[in-house]
Design a protein around this ligand. Sequence first.
Ligand SMILES: Nc1ncnc2c1ncn2[C@@H]1O[C@H](COP(=O)(O)OP(=O)(O)O)[C@@H](O)[C@H]1O
Ligand SMILES: [Mg+2]
Length: 268
Amino acid sequence: MSHLPLLQLRGVGKSYGTNRVLQGFELSVQAGEIVSLIGPSGSGKTTALRCMNFLETYDEGEIWIDGQLLGYSGPGRTVRDRDSDSQIDEVRKPLSMVFQQFNLWPHMSVRENVMAPLVLGKHMSKAEARTLADAALQRVGLAAKADAYPARLSGGQQQRVGIARALAVKPRLMLLDEPTSALDPELVEEVLQVIRSLADDGMTMVMVTHEMSFAAQISSQVVFMEAGQIVETGEPGAMFQAPKTERLQRFLKPWFNRSLSPRVEALS
Ligand SMILES: Nc1ncnc2c1ncn2[C@@H]1O[C@H](COP(=O)(O)OP(=O)(O)O)[C@@H](O)[C@H]1O
Ligand SMILES: [Mg+2]
């Protein structure tokens, strides 16, 4: 039996002026799936992710979240009426996002950072928000840091706060944009571990990443993009072990070289 996808993109396109950064983008994500978006810098990965949440408008195609069209009042290809902000918020309610640069407020404590979307975005009482925030911080192993300010935390801890903030709203799907790429190498693993534990709990995720081993381990589907288009997509086994396109082979080559020569990597 097939279920309605939690997220579906059909022929999605996006331009900045004359620069067409997304073209004919197709994706279908079922509940419980983990999709990794990979590709060179500037290929449109962040734009694709931001369109899924309507942090960016898209100009072509359709994005459906749990059967509801996101952003516009009717399907179509070009000129459409934009929905009201409250309608857009309602449709994207099941989604939350983790940003590459954490985007924490420096003047707020860790707990206040996690509470902010609940109080400001969801108009929850402070008491209710605090309970959810503390539970989310517990979930990422940072209950003890609730009263600290972000500047006192390591980058890995700050990103775990970013994940807690995205978790506190109880999303059904999380969008993660290179969650570990702003971190010192030794802080990457603690963040990957948190993401892995969310995956183990069945969280649906779409993640942009350069952590190829991690993507190979946890993804149900891998999407490789270049120049705003999907070049190749499939299960991680096929994508990483037997890439079909020359472009994906070339993209993965440095990673293969590294994983075949761990001693060289250890010395560098
Ligand atoms: N706000 C913006 N205004 C204009 N161009 C943008 C903007 N954001 C991204 N771009 C352009 O869109 C393309 C894709 O960028 P991006 O989605 O950030 O790629 P990636 O995340 O894969 O590195 C790039 O050419 C980038 O310069
Ligand atoms: Mg990006």
